[in-house]
Design a protein around this ligand. Structure first.
Ligand code: PA5
Length: 463
């Protein structure tokens, strides 16, 4: 299970100027939080609310189809190649990095217990795409193209390149190497998939990209590489149950949402750092950054007032970034809430050999790296509190499917509750659309001629 420790964000520890009187605030917001949780759970089944991600733990049908397909193709492919961007990729990367053995793609087939390697192309850098396609044997690769809208330029351009190469390498059989995950009815990818006869999975209605990791978007690639998807689903079901509790004193997602909201609005701490002390969780930070940024960064609130809301998320990795960012966090502007993620038990216990005892590093010998990394997490947290910097510590027992699913789902609910506190629409992203439209215009997409002209004028003015 997951534990949330907010003591070091309390005024008792970091002082009145930088900390909150947390128990008092929980009492002040008790009713509002209860209303928010009740309301989210009431709205979640209504179309157009974008809250279907709260039901993903109960989607037995998708789970069955995903497992069925994964078992059907087991042993047929050496590689899984995922094409997608943003919410269609970040959850997949976060969970596979956390749950597969580190350096998975470099391990032998035996070490991977017969499961395929997995690659994510989540950018359109020509050099990296070219390099990947030059080493990946497409004859032994299953390609999962994921886009909810079915038209994202980055994903679809990758797909067009990969599809062409698949066809060249495989001839007519190329179709059996493509699985499309997209909207059930609409979008260009859906149309292509039907015309071409690809196997398809659905991004459910009312599940936005950044909340889609436990839909087929994530579950399919996870099952293809042998991750136990039942464990993930059990994790989110149990967490969902726990987070239905409307009492803020019992609801860790509500607690962290409120603390972040108040730190931003009352204490001017509008930066939220996510710093796991585990390399396997490094990409959980990337996923969190997108979730928090795209959900909470909004120009207007629900009443239409201009608010420019949203704390800025920052990714960090312990202990690595102690040697990069912590100087700033200790002594720079006191404008951050730092979230540590601690792992109680790592899979491995690694002893540091008792050598060089006669030198200044002799004290390390005989201890474990495990003790060292947790000692570093503790000392960094305490040092930050010495500088009156608020921190939150999330602890998980182990990095396993159940706990990772719980963690991610908890952060999703936390984001939804924070969105309600800010009174903004958590589930849209109007600020992304403008640049998307400009790109379509620059690339000559029909219907975007007006944007193309506006863009040309602006670019000329900037020069
Ligand atoms: O969270 C979101 O909604 C976005 O980040 C999308 O996932 C991203 O823009 C990709 O969109 P699509 O899945 O339609 O290709």
């Amino acid at each position: 299970m997951i534990n949330l420790n907010y003591k070091n964000a309390d005024a008792n520890v970091v002082g009145n100027e930088n900390g909150l009187n947390i128990q008092q605030e929980f009492a002040n917001y008790k009713n509002q939080i209860a209303d928010i949780i009740t309301n989210l759970n009431q709205r979640k089944d209504k179309p157009g609310q974008w809250l279907q991600w709260m039901n993903l733990g109960y989607n037995e049908e998708t789970l069955w189809y995903v497992k069925e397909f994964a078992s059907m193709v087991k042993g047929k492919f050496e590689n899984v190649l995922v094409l997608g961007i943003g919410g269609s990729a970040l959850g997949g990367i976060a969970v596979t990095e956390a749950l597969l053995k580190p350096y998975w793609n470099l391990l032998s087939e035996e070490q991977r217990e017969g499961n395929p390697r997995i690659f994510f192309l989540d950018n359109i850098d020509p050099d990296s795409i070219n390099s990947m396609l030059s080493f990946l044997d497409l004859k032994k690769t299953i390609v999962n193209v994921i886009t909810k809208s079915g038209s994202t330029a980055e994903t679809m351009s990758q797909f067009m390149i990969v599809k062409n190469k698949l066809e060249q390498d495989l001839g007519e059989d190329y179709r059996s190497h493509i699985v499309a995950t997209t909207d059930k009815k609409t979008g260009i990818l859906r149309q292509i998939a039907e015309q071409e006869g690809y196997k398809t999975f659905v991004v459910p209605d009312d599940v936005g990209g950044r909340f889609s990791v436990f839909s087929a978007v994530g579950l399919l690639p996870f099952a293809l590489v042998g991750i136990d998807v039942d464990q993930l689903i059990n994790g989110i079901k149990d967490m969902d149950l726990a987070l239905k509790n409307t009492d803020i004193n019992e609801n860790i997602a509500a607690q962290n949402a409120l603390i972040h909201y108040l730190m931003d609005t009352k204490k001017g701490k509008n930066l939220s750092v996510m710093m796991p002390y585990s390399s396997r969780l490094k990409y959980v930070s990337d996923w969190y950054v997108q979730l928090w940024a795209e959900s909470l960064g909004k120009e207007k609130n629900k009443n239409g007032d201009v608010v420019h809301a949203g704390p800025t998320p920052i990714k960090a990795l312990g202990a690595t970034d102690q040697h990069s960012q912590i100087q700033l966090y200790n002594e720079g502007p006191n404008d951050k809430v730092i979230n540590f993620i601690r792992v109680k038990d790592y899979d491995t216990t690694l002893e540091i050999p008792k050598i060089f005892e006669y030198t200044g590093i002799g004290y390390l010998g005989g201890k474990t790296i495990n003790t060292l990394i947790n000692a570093e997490a503790d000392s960094t947290r305490v040092a930050l509190s010495d500088y009156n910097r608020p921190t939150i510590t999330i602890t998980i027992d182990k990095v396993n499917g159940y706990n990772i699913a719980q963690l991610l789902y908890m952060l999703e609910v936390q984001t939804a509750i924070a969105g309600e506190l800010y009174n903004i629409n958590t589930f849209n992203q109007p600020g992304v659309e403008q640049a998307k439209n400009y790109t379509y215009a620059l690339m000559g997409r029909a219907g975007y001629e007006e944007s193309a002209q506006a863009l040309k004028d602006k670019m000329a003015a900037a020069v």
